[in-house]
Design a protein around this ligand. Structure first.
Ligand code: GAL
Length: 371
């Protein structure tokens, strides 16, 4: 029996970051790279369903959904979005389907899921966004589309002089020139969004965020992971509105998680080192389209904890319903050798000097927010 299969029937009354976290069936929760939707008194936790071993880094079943009223005890509601057995389907079994996030759209009254999709057999070269829709929060979700976002649209925050597409030849020339330059040789500083103008922008690690005015945003690692894009969604949340910005070009932020507190937007991200943990970063803006400013590392603790973000990588910031200053930082402690045994690191955000920060706790409960 693997660790992940150890069962217990005792209800949870606290969070134990990094420990096994049994759902109602007594099996470790299987919702990695996840996000949480609060809807009509219930929290829904969506995440990547993983299987044992390295094979678990690919999608074999799809996106899981769990539900809870107290955030400690989660009921397994099954597979919200199932992969397909049809080789022609974009989400065929064996594709890479990561970091799913779900929103409720009040105009259409549908639940809308976005995720990072890598078509089967093509490594991470696809860099596509998948969109699926459902009538109920637990699904079944049906795939609507998959694409690279913002095809044919220029970012709002680039100079007019940069708004011209690149041919493959021009791109190859610039790429070769810049190979001699920066620390990450595959990053041509000014060319990637221009190269991808016509076919759409690369979109890997991602999150969704809804602002107070009901506008939703897709935040994704683009341009070979070198640059984040913040892209406003259309009214039905099924596509982009045509407004997007590039932020932190060449800084390689991944694993974005966004929140808003006292009128300011905060973005917690990681560096770009695959499954291995690295130092988290926090950034702030007064306007979601920027300018954005990096503040540094939000983790508090020992040198090791700060350098590797408690062994975890951000996935979502969960606002606790009804508590204006209560936010839970959600992160994954990946286990790529045995993907199903990835652990969840949920920690309360503390506010210091006007910004959220994260401190390790072996065990905590929601009363942490009363203090
Ligand atoms: C990480 C990313 C994960 C996954 C992994 C694959 O950087 O955050 O979601 O894509 O790379 O190596």
């Amino acid at each position: 029996m693997t660790d992940a299969a150890i069962t217990t029937e005792i209800p949870c009354m606290s969070f134990r970051p990094g420990a096994l976290w049994p759902g109602n069936h007594g099996v470790h929760i299987n919702a990695h790279g996840g996000g949480v939707l609060f809807h009509e008194g219930v929290y829904y936790w969506y995440g990547e369903h993983k299987i044992q071993g390295e094979a678990g880094n690919k999608a074999h079943l799809g996106v899981s959904v769990y539900s809870s009223r107290d955030l400690y005890n989660w009921r397994d509601d099954g597979i919200a979005l199932a992969v397909s057995d049809d080789p022609a389907c974009e989400i065929v079994r064996g594709c890479v389907l990561e970091r799913p996030k779900v929103l409720f759209n009040p105009r259409t009254e549908k639940f809308v899921m976005w995720f990072h999709l890598e078509p089967k057999g093509a490594g991470y070269s696809g860099a596509r966004s998948g969109v699926a829709i459902a009538e109920t929060p637990i699904g079944p979700f049906n795939l609507v589309n998959s694409f690279r976002p913002n095809a044919g649209v220029w970012p709002m925050n680039v100079a007019e002089s940069e708004k011209h597409p690149l041919s493959a030849d021009e791109f190859a020339r610039i790429n070769a020139m810049e190979l001699n330059g920066g620390p990450r040789p595959y990053y041509p500083k000014h060319a990637l969004f221009r190269r991808d103008f016509a076919a759409g922008q690369m979109a890997r690690d991602m999150t969704l965020f809804v602002d107070d005015d009901g506008r939703a945003y897709h935040i994704y690692a683009s341009e070979e992971n070198g640059t984040l894009h913040i892209s406003q969604l259309s009214d039905d949340f099924l596509g982009s509105s045509g407004k997007f910005v590039r932020i932190f070009p060449g800084r390689f932020h991944e694993a974005p998680a966004m929140m808003k507190w006292r009128g300011r937007y905060f973005l917690i991200t990681s560096d770009c080192t695959g499954w291995a943990p690295n130092a988290a970063r926090i950034s702030v803006a007064g306007n979601i389209f920027g300018p954005w400013e990096e503040l540094g590392n939000p983790c508090l603790g020992t040198g090791e904890q700060i350098a590797h973000s408690f062994g975890a990588q951000s996935t979502f910031i969960l606002p606790v319903h009804g508590k204006p200053n209560a936010f839970i930082f959600m992160a994954d402690r990946w286990n790529p050798q045995n993907a199903v045994d990835g652990r969840y690191v949920w920690l309360p955000l503390e506010f210091h000097h006007g910004a959220p920060m994260i401190r390790w706790r072996d065990e905590w409960d929601l009363s942490a927010f009363e203090k």
